[in-house]
Structures are given as structure tokens and as C-alpha cells.
Design a protein around this ligand. Structure first.
Ligand code: SF4
Length: 260
């Protein structure tokens, strides 16, 4: 490993520990079951989580937030139920395609599907209509507890502003960098969990209330990748705004490289 790579990885570990210590567990993903995470990962594309919650609420109320529910619901009805999440025709069709894939390839079993090696399953998910790297990795990490990092626009912006990655870095380069940096993380000590461990907190509502999925058993690395994504969303939503970042209040300010 080059010295530059070592420095990048060290910086990411330090950011992770600093944010975790300040804000505690973020309790991603807010869901009661794996399939709910998958539906949420599709629905959250190009919309806010508030709208996703409305669509999930409709499905839950109709008792259709299950594999069987999506399978047996006519597409037109599904479209109306998920309408609040936007692009509802496209999303309804894609949810049905996912269930078709699950049925054809894994006899409808998420357990069988998630038993696949991470990269093989990732390729299969990426081949599905409407599944890009962020959606595939959200499904793998948050529904399947696979050790994979979800790179979003906030991750890129923060790492670029801190000169940890270049503007030309691609998705997988950033993903691998974070995964390697956090690969030896263990379940954090309680003292590292910060105030949000005691009361749901963190910046600007980026943390969630504990849920069945957020508290499920997972390895230290998966837990770290899980938390890191939530913490980065917190930084991005509250401080690292696209224009006029609020560096003075940001917990990562002390790591910001001096302007040239
Ligand atoms: S707001 Fe400033 S200090 Fe915080 S992550 Fe963004 S660039 Fe860094």
C-alpha cells in the first residue's frame, strides 16, 4: 500500500470515529424487515425520505409491504399506493421486476439471495432495470448485511473538499477506499456512541429511531459501513451544503486542508 493510500484510509477512520463519537448511532435503515429496506431503496430514488415514508405507509396499511403483496398486486394498484414517492409508474414496474427476479432466481427467498457472495449478487442486482450502484449497495448493506459501502453525492463532496479523493474518482474507487479503511472496525465501545446513543439525535434528523433492521446483528465492519453512510448524510445535509458549506460548525472542520 502506498503512503498516500495509507493516509487516505487513516483520514477516513478518523472522520468515522469523530462523527460517531459526536452523534452516536444513526440507526439506518429504518425498517422492520429486509424486504421493506429493498422497497425503500427503490422508492427513495429521486425523492425525499418523507415522500418514501408516505408510500411505505400506504403499502403497510394495505398489508402489501411484502414479497407476496407486491407479487399479487396489479401494477395499476401498486402505482396508486406508491404515488407519493414520485415516478410511481416506473417504480411500480421496477418493484415487480425485482420480485420476478427473486422468484425466478431464488424461488422467492431473500435468505437464498443474500447467501450469494457479495460481488456476484451485486452484479445480478446491477443488471436489473432501475438498479444503479447506490441502490444495489443499499440493498446489499442495509437489507443483506453485506460488507459494502454506499457512496452518495455527500460522500463524494466531503471527500473531494477534504482532498481525499479527486474529482475524477469513480464510484467503485471511493467505495473500495472506505471499505478498506473500515475493514477492521469492531463493534464500537458504548463510550464512542455519543449523545445519540441515549436519545435519537444527530444533525438535522439524519438519524432514525432504532428499528428491527437497524439493531439486527452484524459484523463490526458492516456496522461501521452502515454508520458511516448515515453519519455522512448528517454532515452533507446539515453542514457540507453544495454552496456555502457551514464549516465553522462542522465536526470535520479541524480536518479541512488549508486553502491554497
Ligand atoms: S462543511 Fe466544511 S468542514 Fe464540514 S465536511 Fe464540508 S468542507 Fe469539510
Amino acid at each position: 500500500m502506498t503512503e498516500a493510500t495509507q493516509n487516505q484510509q487513516t483520514a477516513i477512520r478518523v472522520y468515522y470515529r469523530t462523527l460517531l463519537s459526536a452523534w452516536g448511532r444513526q440507526h439506518w435503515w429504518p425498517a422492520q424487515a429486509r424486504f421493506e429496506v429493498i422497497v425503500g431503496a427503490y422508492l427513495t430514488q429521486n425523492t425525499s425520505w418523507t415522500n418514501v415514508e408516505k408510500a411505505l405507509g400506504n403499502l403497510r396499511k394495505a398489508r402489501l409491504l411484502t414479497i407476496r403483496g407486491i407479487r399479487r398486486t396489479p401494477q395499476s394498484q401498486l402505482e396508486q399506493l406508491i404515488r407519493p414517492s414520485g415516478y410511481f409508474r416506473q417504480k411500480a414496474q421496477r418493484l415487480k421486476l425485482f420480485v420476478d427476479f427473486l422468484d425466478a432466481r431464488y424461488s422467492g427467498s431473500l435468505t437464498r439471495m443474500f447467501a450469494r457472495p457479495t460481488m456476484e449478487l451485486r452484479e445480478e442486482l446491477l443488471a436489473l432495470n432501475g438498479v444503479g450502484p447506490e441502490t444495489a449497495d443499499s440493498i446489499l448493506l442495509y437489507a443483506g448485511n453485506h460488507p459494502i459501502f454506499v457512496v452518495d453525492a455527500y460522500t463524494r463532496r466531503i471527500l473531494e473538499r477534504h482532498q481525499i479523493v479527486s474529482r475524477t474518482a469513480d464510484y467503485d474507487e471511493i467505495r473500495l477506499l472506505v471499505e478498506r479503511a473500515l475493514s477492521e472496525e469492531r463493534e464500537p465501545k458504548r463510550s464512542l456512541y455519543g449523545p445519540a446513543a441515549r436519545a435519537v439525535g444527530g444533525p438535522s434528523g439524519s438519524s432514525h429511531r432504532p428499528s428491527r433492521m437497524s439493531t439486527s446483528a452484524r459484523t463490526g465492519m458492516v456496522q461501521a459501513l452502515n454508520e458511516m453512510h448515515g453519519l455522512i448524510v448528517g454532515v452533507g445535509k446539515t453542514y457540507c451544503l453544495k454552496s456555502q458549506p457551514r464549516c465553522e460548525q462542522c465536526p470535520l472542520q479541524k480536518f479541512l486542508p488549508a486553502a491554497e
